[in-house]
Structures are given as structure tokens and as C-alpha cells.
Design a protein around this ligand. Structure first.
Ligand code: ADP
Length: 449
């Protein structure tokens, strides 16, 4: 087992990883930018190294600085968390060259899944259904037009290097193709320095249902059932739950097998997520694979009662997995509490948290790095906490979530709490009647209404 793990991340996920390391008797090293000096992950790690100024490019994304921190602290493994360098094959490769274990898949596995077109090709070979589409990079606008006509509108233009919903545009007819093509390419170029685009059939009113998988170093891959992440705003997940209210035992079997086939196709090592779109007829299509721990992993942890970070560390240390799939025993829902103003188009609302009370009680979990007096910096993502509730049934879980949301008090910054409170009361949400476009027509109303 590892002696000391450096956590190449910040915020709640860094703290989450520190907690498991402590329970496993592994020493931890936190890294932080000058903007994060007061963050809890810095306080709770055994050692902490300041690696640079606030800008991520000079701190959390700077491989040389992180490797220097690894060297001076004598860490023998690196946990990348999610975001930042978590899916950066070069970083994984450099760690390996230094003899440091990167807790995650191999550089080759990251590359195979990081490029969405290559990933789709791999899945087709493995017999996993994929969304019909161009099957490769679009050479030019004219080819794009031609393929879109063949597939039939609406289509979705996607950046091969895409992530976080960027570089993606829904095109409803031929007339708007050219404009949206230009916008998506410019966005992709700016965000990923890669404007390679491809086309997919736009699936109408789909659900986003993803499967958690774990693979070990001996070629064994299992699934840990699904998470429904259809409650999204501009393709960004806001609420996740397991099991999916849309799931049937038959569909779970089929999708679970497809997820395992996807992992086996690349001999996947580590925890990973296979994302699918599911249409209203319960046809499912592979969308992409995330080769890291996800923000929403606690949902799965709660319904199968397993620590996924521990699994991840054990697999990285060469311990074989048990080889059985896991099925949910309970219902869990996670909501992201972001420092954003929901009445002003979810605009970020950084600043000092003057007062904080987090929800407590049976079946309630809060993962957060903030506290009263903490200043939310404007430089990183705006998530300040994840609130996770679990109960015997979905209905009880929603009721518990309403209770927990009422107890969660944040003063000083605006948060997404009012949105979640409204959502939990929504008839369609309560019935499990929703798809990825659900929030497009969701009415936030006015403050204090
Ligand atoms: P990113 O990597 O940027 O998050 P994804 O490929 O995971 O992009 O897609 C994000 C979201 O966009 C999905 O959850 C879904 O809501 C929507 N989406 C993506 N592809 C399609 C498609 N072919 N049809 C309909 N919706 C799609």
C-alpha cells in the first residue's frame, strides 16, 4: 500500500480523498494556490505545499510545480480528483516516469477515451451501441451539411475534445447550420485548443444515465449500477440520483453489461463512468467515458454502501476486486450547492460566507470544504457543497432532501439552494418525469415567492 498520497486538487474532493486516506493509514499532502490558503483541505492534510498563484494555469494545472511538490514531500502516489489534470494523459505519463503511481487509469486508457471520436470507434468494436453520427472528424462545412442531411435534423455538433458542455450546439435545420458550426468551433478552439468537430443525431428528450464501473489490474471489470443525471442546466449536472426512476431490472442488466464491455474493451483500470443517453423507448447509446472519479460518486457510495475512493486506491495498489456487480439497496439524491445567483441566470456569486449551517440528521451527508468565515474565490468552479440524502424509497428521499435543504443556511453569498427547494416540490420531478431538457422550461419565479 502507498505510504503518502499527494492530492493534485482542491476543494471538497481534496478533502474527500484526505478522509479516506486517513482511514486507510496513508499520509496525505495537499497542494494549494495562494487563493486557497484558508481552505480546509490544506488544514486537514498531513502536509501542505503552496504551488503558486490563484490562476489554475500556474498552480493546479502546472505539472512541473506539482511534480516538484511530489519530490520534496516524498509522496509515492498522486490522486488527481476530478477536473484539472484528472484526465490528462501527459500528467499520468510523467508520474509514471518519475516512479509515482497515478491513481487512475493508464495514459493509454485516458487517451483512448479522452478523444470522443476514438472512444466511439472503440465502443462500436466492443459491440456497445453509440449515437448514430458522422463517425469521424468533419473535414469542412460542406461535408457537415451533407452528413447532417443524411442523418436528419435535429443534430448536435460536438467538439471531439469537448467537456463540461462546451463546444456543443444543437442544430435544428439546415439554415442555422453554418452559424452554429462557427460558434461551436470558436468555443472549442478557445477551450480545448482543438476545433475538431463531429456530428451526432440529436436524441429528443433523452435521459442521461451513467454507469459506475471499476476495473482492476487483472482485467476484471464490474459495474456498480447507475446514476440518473438528467437534471442539467446547459449540459451541466445539478442533481443526480440512484437508482434512476426510469430504470427497469432488464434495462439495468443490458446497460450494465454494455458498461462492462466498454471497460473490458480497453482493459480499464480504476473507477470510471460510462455515460449513456436513453431515449423514451429505452434505447440506450454510449455517449462518452469519464476516466476519473465523478462529482456525483457519493450517490453510488450511499446506495451500495461502499467507499469509491478506497476502491480506487486499492485498485491502484494492485489489489484485485471481488468480481461481483453491485445493485442499489436504497435511494440517494445529490444536489450541488453552488455559489451562484439563481435569479440572475445562475451568475457566480463569490465572496465571504458570513454564516453557515449545514444539514444534519439521519440519512444526510454533506461534502464540503467551506465554513463560516471562508471566502469563496472567484477563480475556480462555484460549487461550495454537495448535499446527499438517502432513504428507503425515492419518495422518502425527496422528503428528506426537502427537510435537509430547509436546514442548510448560507449567508454572505448567493447559492443554488432556492432552485433545489423549488425542484423538490415540482410535480414532474416527484413523479420521475423528466429528461435532459427539463430545466429549459423550468420557472425559477422571484426571490421569496
Ligand atoms: P460534455 O463532455 O461536454 O459533458 P457530453 O457528450 O457528456 O458532453 O454531453 C453532455 C450532455 O449533452 C448530455 O448529458 C446530454 O444532455 C446532451 N447531449 C449530448 N449528446 C447528445 C445527443 N446526441 N442528443 C441529445 N443530447 C445530447
Amino acid at each position: 500500500m502507498f505510504q503518502k498520497i499527494l492530492i493534485a486538487n482542491r476543494g471538497e474532493i481534496a478533502l474527500r480523498i484526505i478522509r479516506t486516506c486517513k482511514e486507510m493509514g496513508i499520509k496525505t499532502v495537499a497542494i494549494y494556490s495562494t487563493a486557497d490558503r484558508e481552505s480546509l483541505h490544506v488544514r486537514f492534510a498531513d502536509e501542505a505545499v503552496c504551488i503558486g498563484p490563484a490562476a489554475s494555469s500556474q498552480s493546479y494545472l502546472s505539472i512541473p510545480k506539482i511534480m516538484a511538490a511530489v519530490e520534496i514531500t516524498n509522496a509515492d502516489a498522486v490522486h488527481p480528483g476530478y477536473g484539472f489534470l484528472a484526465e490528462n494523459a501527459e500528467f499520468a505519463e510523467i508520474c509514471t516516469e518519475y516512479g509515482i503511481k497515478f491513481i487512475g487509469p493508464t495514459p493509454d486508457q485516458i487517451r483512448k477515451m479522452g478523444d470522443k471520436i476514438t472512444a466511439k470507434e472503440t465502443m462500436i468494436k466492443a459491440g456497445v451501441p453509440v449515437v448514430p453520427g458522422s463517425g469521424g472528424l468533419l473535414q469542412d462545412l460542406a461535408t457537415g451539411h451533407k452528413i447532417a442531411n443524411e442523418i436528419g435534423y435535429p443534430i448536435i455538433l460536438k467538439a471531439t475534445a469537448g467537456g463540461g458542455g462546451r463546444g456543443m450546439r444543437i442544430v435544428r435545420n439546415e439554415e442555422e447550420f453554418e452559424d452554429l458550426w462557427n460558434i461551436a468551433r470558436t468555443e472549442a478552439k478557445a477551450a480545448f485548443s482543438n476545433d475538431g468537430m463531429y456530428i451526432e443525431k440529436y436524441i429528443e428528450e433523452p435521459r442521461h444515465i451513467e454507469f459506475q464501473i471499476v476495473g482492476d489490474q487483472f482485467g476484471k471489470v464490474v459495474h456498480l449500477s447507475e446514476r440518473d443525471c438528467s437534471i442539467q442546466r446547459r449540459h451541466q449536472k445539478l442533481v443526480e440520483e440512484s437508482p434512476s426512476p426510469f430504470m427497469t431490472p432488464e434495462l439495468r442488466e443490458k446497460m450494465g453489461n454494455a458498461a462492462i464491455a466498454a471497460g473490458e474493451a480497453i482493459n480499464y483500470e480504476g473507477v470510471g463512468t460510462i455515460e449513456f443517453l436513453v431515449d423514451k423507448y429505452r434505447n440506450f447509446y454510449f455517449m462518452e467515458m469519464n476516466t476519473r472519479i465523478q462529482v456525483e460518486h457519493p450517490v453510488t457510495e450511499e446506495v451500495i454502501d461502499h467507499d469509491l475512493i478506497k476502491e480506487q486506491i486499492k485498485v491502484a495498489a494492485g489489489i484485485p476486486i471481488s468480481g461481483k456487480n453491485y445493485y442499489p439497496n436504497l435511494h440517494a439524491i445529490e444536489v450541488s450547492i453552488n455559489a451562484e445567483d439563481v435569479y440572475a441566470d445562475f451568475r457566480p456569486s463569490p465572496g465571504k460566507i458570513t454564516s453557515l449551517h449545514t444539514s444534519k440528521g439521519h440519512g444526510v451527508r454533506v461534502d464540503t470544504h467551506v465554513y463560516a468565515g471562508y471566502t469563496v474565490p472567484p477563480y475556480y468552479d462555484s460549487m461550495i457543497a454537495k448535499l446527499i440524502c438517502k432513504a428507503q424509497t425515492r419518495e422518502e428521499c425527496i422528503t428528506k432532501m426537502e427537510r435537509a435543504l430547509d436546514e442548510f443556511i448560507v449567508e454572505g453569498v448567493k447559492t443554488t439552494l432556492p432552485f433545489h427547494k423549488l425542484l423538490m416540490k415540482n410535480e414532474d420531478f416527484r413523479k420521475g418525469n423528466f429528461h435532459t431538457g427539463f430545466l429549459n422550461t423550468f420557472n425559477m419565479g422571484k426571490p421569496n415567492e
